[in-house]
Design a binder for this molecule. Structure first.
Ligand code: ADP
Ligand code: MG
Length: 655
């Protein structure tokens, strides 16, 4: 199918053709020097086809030939995707740079998968077996994963295995099976297959309600505004508020199998930064390079607008591919605003009727369509997999009332809004605890979270009141509420991304510290004056801060939590809200319990955590020393074993 160019403007080309060109199919514009520029048909009007070219169109002329394909814009899926850095069209960037020198040459496309690499294939089907689309034909080891080589995703009906390769080493392009439909049609299968990026890849028995918490090990997210495996969330925030840093922390620590970073850079420098830092990062769980379970799909604002539009689809398709193997994948898109701007530019070129702020009227449905590709699924063989999508949004001036933020908020399950004030005050991660929300249930029982939300809201009210009436205008109790809120903010919401212990807080540790904090804030205090209240909370704040930097053997912590729960049940205390998820969750999932927290921080004293905890327990017992005669008595009723303050509380801990 051929056509001729009749107009070129920016990245758009209009071609005339007598053939039946299909919407969203691929075309190559042939430049007079022979370069073939990849493009996508984005509108067909009679004999005219509008093409969006993924390259600089400089040098294209009216009359140049266009070659149309039936194929849609696709990615190649197979072993070897992990660890790669691709552009939005799946060109491996390192190799592209080697091939063409530093500057990318228009019209040079490389295979997304290395053709020469050999993979150790183990067949999982036998001749005569019946298979459906996505059925595992065999596996090859890829890094730390078992990569499933699957029956073609586009198979409409079941087929029979006519031939399957024996155990051995094969390249992605080698034939590893032949499938037969019984009517004499045979289909050869290799380890690689193509899939159109704009069509969701989901071959499953059913969609599952996403409910399993996705532990990012960022406390403010996991405890306050949780996300789940298979869910969606967004991180809107003004320039410099910490969106990219938060995405990187998540990529490193989130308890997920595979992370795909779609870097739609604001500036080229930022993307270069990703490319430089990621290969140097260690995976905290395997101790190996983080890149072994990461794929980066990147674009800079210097790349053509159409390539930017394609990149998020390329990335999400790869995430869906690994979900199809029963893995949990996380797609981080940073930032979706650049992607939306690409949509706007294309729409403008097409002279479509613009909507709000010149974005196309279909902006919201495109955003929704993108996030809808997230989800947890049950595969036909009973395994489950998930794609979680987290997108950052960078609204101009940090104004969340603009179309991209609003369109995103309508569809995502959690909103981690970054605040300029918090970033300016260096309260990182700068997620706004008053504005953010989540529809998901996380690792902390919701009534506990609600208790803390009320405290934060109340603290904020008091602070605002104080700016009007001054410190003298409020009661000691009100002042104490504000101090409690401040205490929680300082020791829990803020987290030091550059400390090896504080940077990532595991599930049990979050649950434990959250409970300890509740004990502190729920205690009755008897303050003489504001200053007394302030000093008391600053003191306990230091204890909790030091606790955050102390490594803990997670197995010992689990045991301590179980003992504590038992002791409290025995005392018949009813003031603690029920519903703390079982601390053994991680083991229940079949994952190895690891004491890596301790191994990684050999230079820190493993007993420090328990010593600080003793002092915190003493603080709670005595209400920070404010408990008067009757209050002291009440305290000793709560903890009869601890009536003597001089006795170390470790008697309980080390039992
Ligand atoms: P954005 O992507 O929102 O424009 P960045 O993520 O690039 O912002 O963050 C800008 C700067 O803010 C970083 O270079 C870093 O100095 C600081 N920063 C952001 N988040 C954190 C954090 N969690 N801990 C420490 N510093 C941070
Ligand atoms: Mg950024």
């Amino acid at each position: 199918m051929n056509g001729k160019i009749v107009a070129v403007f920016g990245n758009m080309v209009i071609a005339e053709t007598a053939d039946d060109v299909v919407q969203n199919s691929v075309g190559y514009c042939i430049r007079s020097d022979g370069a073939r520029l990849l493009s996508e048909v984005i509108r067909v009007r009679g004999k005219l086809a509008d093409l969006q070219v993924f390259e600089e169109t400089r040098g294209l002329r009216v009359g140049d030939e266009v070659e149309f394909r039936e194929q849609m814009l696709s990615v190649t899926l197979g072993p070897g995707l992990l660890g790669n850095v691709y552009d939005g069209l799946q060109n491996p960037l390192h190799e592209l740079a080697e091939e063409t020198g530093y500057f990318l040459t228009a019209g040079v496309y490389l295979d997304g998968l290395r053709a020469e690499t050999k993979w150790a294939f183990t067949p999982k089907v036998a001749q005569g077996d019946t298979v459906r689309a996505a059925h595992t034909l065999g596996t090859v080891p890829e890094g730390i994963f078992e990569h499933h080589v699957m029956a073609p995703f586009d198979m409409q009906k079941e087929m029979t295995v006519a031939q399957v390769a024996g155990e051995g080493e094969y390249a992605v392009g080698d034939q590893i099976a032949v499938l037969s439909d019984g009517a004499g049609n045979e289909r050869p299968v290799t380890m690689a297959q193509e899939w159109p990026v704009k069509r969701p890849l989901n071959i499953s028995k059913r969609r599952l309600m996403p409910t399993e918490p996705l532990v990012t090990r960022v406390r403010i997210i996991d405890s306050m505004f949780p996300i789940v495996r298979g869910g969606t969330y967004c991180i809107p925030g003004p320039f410099g508020a910490g969106k990219t840093v938060l995405q990187h922390i998540t990529a490193k620590h989130a308890e997920m199998d595979i992370v795909i970073v779609a870097a739609c850079g604001e500036r080229a420098g930022e993307v270069v930064e990703v490319l430089r830092t990621f290969p140097e990062l260690d995976d905290p769980r395997t101790g190996r390079s983080l890149m072994e379970r990461t794929i980066i799909v990147c674009n800079t604002s210097a790349m053509p607008v159409a390539a930017r539009e394609a990149s998020v689809y390329t990335a999400v398709t790869m995430a869906e591919y690994y979900r199809q193997m029963g893995l949990n994948t996380l797609l981080l898109a940073d930032s979706t605003s650049r992607w939306a701007q690409a949509l706007r530019e294309v729409s403008g070129r097409l002279e479509e009727i613009p909507g709000e702020e010149a974005f196309p009227a279909y902006l919201e449905s495109r955003i929704a369509g993108f996030y809808e590709r997230a989800g947890a699924i049950e595969l036909y063989d009973g395994r489950t997999g998930s794609v979680t999508i987290g997108g950052s949004v960078s609204p101009a001036g940090g104004n969340f009332e603009e179309p991209v933020t609003q369109g995103t908020l309508k569809v995502v399950g959690a909103f981690e809004g970054l605040s300029k004030q918090r970033a300016d005050a260096r309260r990182y991660p700068a997620v706004d605890p008053l504005e953010s929300w989540s529809r998901y249930v996380g690792i902390i029982a919701s009534e506990k979270v609600q208790r803390i939300r009320n405290l934060l809201r109340r603290g904020n009210e008091v602070r605002q009141m104080m700016t009007v009436v001054g410190e003298e205008g409020i009661t000691v109790d009100e002042y104490a509420e504000m101090q409690k809120a401040e205490f929680f903010d300082n020791v829990y919401l803020q987290q030091n991304a550059f400390d090896e212990v504080d940077a990532a807080t595991r599930r049990e540790r979050q649950q434990f510290i959250f409970d300890m904090i509740l004990e502190v804030v729920n205690r009755d205090y008897d303050f003489q004056d504001n200053d007394h209240a302030r000093r008391t909370f600053v003191g306990v704040q230091d204890l909790f801060r030091n606790l955050n930097y102390a490594p803990v053997d997670i197995v010992r912590l689990r045991k301590h939590m179980a003992d504590r729960e038992q002791a409290q049940a025995g005392e018949g205390r009813h003031d603690r809200p029920a519903g703390t998820p079982a601390p053994q969750d991680e083991q229940a999932e079949g994952r190895e319990p690891s004491d890596r927290d301790r191994i990684e921080t050999e230079d820190r004293d493993p007993e420090e955590f328990w010593r600080i905890l003793d002092r915190i327990n003493a603080f709670i017992r005595t209400a920070g020393g404010t408990a008067k005669g009757d209050a002291t008595q009440k305290a000793s009723e709560d903890e009869p074993k601890q009536a003597d303050e001089a006795e170390p509380a470790s008697a309980v801990n080390d039992k």
